[in-house]
Design a protein around this ligand. Structure first.
Ligand code: ACM
Ligand code: ZN
Length: 772
């Protein structure tokens, strides 16, 4: 009997918890809005979305509610209805208020109804994205699940963006990305109240948009020889007769679909048709476009400098470009067309008779002015078609076209100058707007461009510069993150580089100087990440990784270790040697010293588990630690560290080969003489090396170890050979030369590096010689 009551009690509890979901009590620290609204007042109580909630909106605006109502359809199975008249309660009312700014909105949530006011569809959409982020994460789910917890807090929000241009650029040329990924990216930009997607459709390594008048652009120019196994900068040149198998392109129908999808979500798609450089894919398709008119292949990887460029001496080049743009412009409602303009090495223009004739006729003093002539002609053509030209900041050289908008990428200087001259500018400085740069320690990150833009650097960015006048500041339309795709080969890679950095940029552009600050943002981000999980975004958790920095401790001897993570709220735990790294491990508070071989493990812990990677590092106080090392050949002046001592300082180099722990030689062989200061017994010599073929750094091919008692007569005691292999990655490795048991004071290490046929020299990089 007793047992039965107990069971009934359990059942009652069960039904209560399932059916009678209690109205939650919201605190401001529960909210995870990104970007943070300009003004938010939280009030007591909440509104609950149910199957009976209706949308009160005029016919002409109904489509702005589609994406939001679809979320309830997929996660709850509800078809929330639209009505013209408000019922007594449980509705969302949309009111046009022309007093508000174009993208602004006001949002009032009460227990009875929700009121949204905006001047345009943009404002209504942003209000709905705010409501979405206020709803529990399971609103993002694709299967029907729990339906009784769709509460949002009563509140009042007044909101508007600070900057007009809130963009992301995808480079779909260096690697091709399917249409579906572009659509997904549009959804995600809309979620963050971003409004511009710039598609880099043309570059040397691939032409990605169908042009009906010039079919070879995609038959030839969209495909290249597949050399995806090699580092981008170690790929060999292709002949024009080789068959391309890597590539792809968007048909004009695909583009129409992308643009329609984006328009529905308030995103403007800006196409970039590069010129005069970054166009080898076009020249491979139509050799008449270059000065020399010679056949070339579509390159599979890096080309530098870029000398195969369009010829502005020939009218046929302009006819081609105008015909291409005439097909591009009607596909994109965007007022702006981006025509590139960056990184042209104009040496062919110096010797081309057509270019020289053009310069004479037009009284152009140099090839910069010839490029300016080129860009001005394109501007006139675009202007005649009611479009505005955007170019990279190189278009300042030789004279800006009169109404051009400038995208400043080589820092913000170009943007400063162009705004001074009265031009609109968009800030995309490499630091920190290039999302193809690393966001964390390269040793544990996927291969990326060899530079760093951390999440915090993105959050701290300001598109306007203090030294600008008010009028200059007014010319700054906004900013944009650029994801160049040399090293981004898959959708997963792309998401990893974009997220979470794009959330920081969204707040920079929406909230600007009134943004709440790094600590506030990161605490919201922490609560926002489960939404990205629900959406299946492969975001990076690098901010949760622990970095260990080590330096020789001159006071105590040994090395001093400092641990840090980018997340300000993070609790870093660590363990030494055989201690277990778990939730009860030591809490890191301040740097500590070690003076014997030690293995360190460390991680940021959240809810009892590692929130990022577990760092594991062994500091090996081997028998040559602190020995005297003579470098017979001098390393290259950029990679000298602290001389021979660097090779026996216990500290290991990272994939950032400028970190001071690497010695790099262009010479081969490299000879090292090690004096252990006394006779010691050892049985192996281990050599720490780096390979980064794209940077010209190769693993050695031969290692030879000899020993001596008198530093004069050496006997070889061990050798190792390594066969050359193409390697697209950046790789750290320690090679072991087995010496059998030796007793000696002097060791000679000779390292030879094989030079591939197409190279004049290669680098050998060493960080440590371990004697054990
Ligand atoms: C650029 O990064 N070349 C615009
Ligand atoms: Zn020419």
């Amino acid at each position: 009997m007793k047992e039965n009551y107990f069971l009934i009690g359990l059942l009652v509890l069960f039904f209560l918890s399932c059916d009678q979901q209690k109205e939650p009590v919201f605190k401001s620290e529960d909210l995870a809005l990104i970007p943070q609204p300009q003004k938010l007042t939280l009030n007591p109580g909440s509104f609950q979305f149910t199957e009976a909630t209706v949308f009160v909106i005029s016919d002409s605006l109904q489509s702005v509610t589609t994406a939001f109502r679809n979320k309830f359809k997929s996660s709850a199975g509800w078809n929330l209805e639209i009505q013209q008249q408000a019922p007594a309660a449980n509705y969302v009312q949309f009111t046009v208020d022309k007093n508000l700014k174009t993208e602004a909105y006001s949002l009032t949530v009460t227990s009875e109804f929700i009121d949204i006011k905006a001047a345009s569809s943009a404002g209504f959409r942003y209000a709905l994205e705010t409501l979405r982020q206020l709803l529990p994460v399971h609103i993002e789910q694709k299967q029907v699940g729990e339906k009784d917890s769709f509460y949002i807090p009563n509140l009042a929000i007044e909101d508007a963006p600070c900057f007009k241009w809130r963009g992301l650029m995808l480079d779909v040329s260096r690697h091709f990305f399917e249409k579906d990924y572009i659509l997904k990216t549009i959804d995600r930009l809309a979620m963050l109240k971003m409004n511009t997607l710039h598609l880099h459709l043309v570059d040397d390594q691939g032409w990605r948009i169908e042009i009906k008048k010039y079919p070879k652009l995609t038959e030839v120019g969209a495909f290249r020889v597949n050399q995806e196994d090699k580092h981008w900068n170690a790929r060999s040149e292709n002949n024009s007769d080789e068959n391309g198998t890597y590539g792809g392109f968007y048909t004009q129908e695909d583009i129409k679909e992308i643009v329609a999808y984006a328009t529905q979500r308030g995103i403007t798609v800006v196409p970039e048709i590069e010129m005069p450089a970054h166009v080898m894919s076009a020249i491979a398709s139509y050799p008449f476009l270059s000065c020399t008119q010679q056949s070339i292949g579509v390159p599979s990887g890096g080309v530098w400098p870029i000398t195969e460029i369009y010829c502005p001496g020939k009218e046929t080049t302009f006819k081609f470009l105008e015909e291409v743009l005439s097909e591009v412009m009607p596909l994109f409602p965007s007022k702006y067309i981006h025509v590139g303009g960056d990184e042209a090495t104009k040496t062919n223009w110096e010797t081309c008779p057509d270019c020289q004739r053009r310069m004479k006729e037009e009284h152009l003093v140099d090839t910069d002015e010839l490029q300016s002539y080129f860009m001005k002609r394109m501007e006139q053509f675009l202007e005649a078609n009611d479009k505005v030209l955007i170019g990279w900041d190189e278009i300042l050289e030789g004279g800006l076209p009169p109404s051009a908008t400038v995208m400043s990428w080589r820092g913000t200087k170009g943007g400063w100058e162009a705004s001074k001259a009265g031009h609109d500018v968009i800030m995309t400085p490499e630091n920190p707007m290039y999302f193809n740069f690393y966001q964390g320690n390269p040793d544990v990150e996927p291969l990326a461009f060899d530079a760093m833009n951390t999440l915090e650097q993105v959050y701290d960015f300001s598109p306007v510069i203090d030294s600008m006048s008010v009028s200059q500041k007014n010319h700054v339309l906004g900013a944009q993150a650029n994801l160049w795709s040399e090293y981004i080969t898959t959708q997963d890679d792309s998401e990893y580089m974009i997220f979470p950095r794009i959330t920081a940029l969204a707040e920079v552009l929406w909230s600007a100087n009134s943004k709440p600050g790094w600590e506030d943002y990161t605490s919201r981000l922490q609560r926002f990440l489960p939404r990205l999980d629900a959406l299946g975004v492969n975001y990076s958790r690098s901010v949760y990784n622990v970095e260990a920095t080590a330096e020789r401790d001159t006071v105590f001897g040994g090395i001093r270790l400092a641990l840090a993570s980018e997340m300000p709220q993070a609790s870093v735990l660590y363990a030494l040697d055989n201690e277990e790294l778990n939730a009860n491990a030591k809490v890191y508070n301040e740097p500590f010293t070690i003076d014997s071989t030690t293995t360190l493990t460390a991680a940021v812990f959240e809810n009892g588990a590692p929130a990022g990677r577990v760092l594991s590092k062994t500091f090996n106080f081997h028998k040559a630690a602190g020995a005297t090392v003579t470098l017979v050949e001098q390393p290259h002046r950029n990679y000298r560290g602290a001389g021979g001592a660097t090779l026996v300082n216990v500290l290991r180099g990272s994939k950032n080969f400028h970190d001071g722990q690497w010695l790099g030689w262009l010479a081969t062989p490299v000879t090292l003489l090690i004096d252990l200061n006394e006779v010691k017994e050892f049985s192996k010599v281990r050599i720490g090396v780096l390979e980064n073929q794209g940077a010209g750094i190769y693993f050695p091919s031969d290692f030879k170890v000899s020993v001596s008692k008198d530093s004069i007569n050496y006997a070889t005691v061990g050798q190792l050979e390594h066969l050359f292999k193409a390697n697209g990655a950046s790789t750290l490795k320690t090679f072991t030369v087995d010496t059998k048991v030796q007793k000696a004071q002097f060791i000679k290490v000779e390292i030879t590096t094989y030079i591939p046929e197409n190279k004049r020299g290669v680098f050998t990089f060493l960080d440590e010689i371990l004697v054990e």
